[in-house]
Write a protein that binds this ligand. Structure first.
Ligand code: FO1
Length: 316
């Protein structure tokens, strides 16, 4: 398989699985993962960046494979002590995980950008792939629900995605700029693929696309842009994607996701269960997309890169 830079746009759990596969099949330093930071928030005085941390932990082999967020072999002394004191416990911060939020908050307070902090953390964790926030400026995803507008983590964790969703907004996006390493990745002459990971298109990928310049970068880059469906046979592998789509009046299907990305992508990868889907002007390819073990992740990563390679070849 040819070398060159690969860009992956990713949210948390679902995206991080493919990001790990891409990381493992790419040359050291050749993968740039642009992470959603719309889920970031300040909690207990700390700057929490859940999707960045899920990527850091996953690529460093420190992730909790059961929960999908936080660290494996975690202890919870801090949360128990906080509960005893009557503190806020709806958002669980494990003892080990707490360290990353404390360190990030300290460095941001000392004047480093979120990009610099994230790069420092991934180096310390021995990760060769680049992990880049979509922007160094704050962008906050907010969810319009039957309970009113909710901050993302209040909707997602505190209210367990139960409220009915009627819309989304990305506060601050208009004034945000792409992070410098994201700009650099798109300008890399060796760029061979841009991959929209199987994250929630509305909650995790749209905030990234809302950063000014991001859609233009995708439209203008010479490399193929490929999305992987997070929906398999009408169901989300994990999380509220299908429920949310239904609430937004959309049919929860791979076809709906493909149409959501129409005009932005060159190819769409769907699961075998959805084989047969056809949309004029879009290359649609089917393969097993459920990523249980490491083998599945690497296999899907290789498959997506092979699709990119085939698309990049001049057609005669
Ligand atoms: N998700 C939960 O469902 N409950 C939690 O208490 C929780 C804590 C948490 C702490 C740190 C972190 O990095 C992530 C955490 N998440 C938790 C996951 C996270 O809120 C979401 O999965 C993402 O924001 C969606 O991608």
């Amino acid at each position: 398989m040819s070398g060159g830079r690969v860009i992956a746009l990713s949210g948390g759990i679902g995206g991080a699985k493919l990001a790990l596969g891409l990381h493992r099949v790419s040359a050291p330093g050749a993968l740039t993962i642009i992470a959603n930071t719309g889920d970031d928030f300040r909690h207990l005085g700390l700057h929490v960046s859940p999707d960045i941390d899920t990527l850091l932990y996953t690529l460093a082999g420190l992730d909790d494979p059961v929960k999908g967020w936080g660290r494996r072999d975690e202890t919870w002394t801090f949360m128990r002590a906080l509960a005893e004191l009557g503190g806020e416990t709806w958002f669980q911060l494990g003892d080990g995980d707490l360290a990353i939020h404390v360190e990030r908050t300290r460095r941001l307070g000392a004047g480093e950008s979120l990009s610099q902090v994230t790069d420092g953390l991934r180096r310390r964790l021995g990760i060769s792939s680049l992990i880049v926030p979509m922007s160094d400026e704050p962008v906050a995803t907010r969810v319009a629900t039957d309970e009113g507008w909710l901050d993302f983590q209040h909707y997602f964790v505190r209210r367990r995605c139960e409220p009915r969703v009627s819309g989304l907004e990305f506060v601050g996006a208009d004034d945000a700029r792409m992070a410098p390493e994201a700009v650099a990745a798109f300008a890399d002459p060796t760029l061979r693929a841009v991959i929209l990971c199987p994250s929630n298109p509305y909650l995790s990928v749209d905030p990234v696309l809302a950063v000014p310049g991001m859609r233009k970068a995708l439209a203008e880059c010479a490399a193929p842009v490929i999305a992987i469906s997070p929906i398999i046979a009408g169901q989300a592998v994990k999380g509220p994607t299908a429920k949310m789509m239904a609430e937004l009046g959309l049919e929860p299907s791979a076809a709906t996701v493909a149409r959501h990305y129409e005009g932005l992508i060159d190819a769409f990868v769907i699961d075998e269960a959805d084989a047969g889907l056809a949309i004029a002007g879009l290359d649609i390819v089917a393969t097993p997309t459920l990523m249980r073990g490491l083998d599945d992740k690497e296999r899907l990563a290789r498959f997506v890169l092979a699709v990119a390679e085939a698309l990049a070849e001049p057609r005669g």
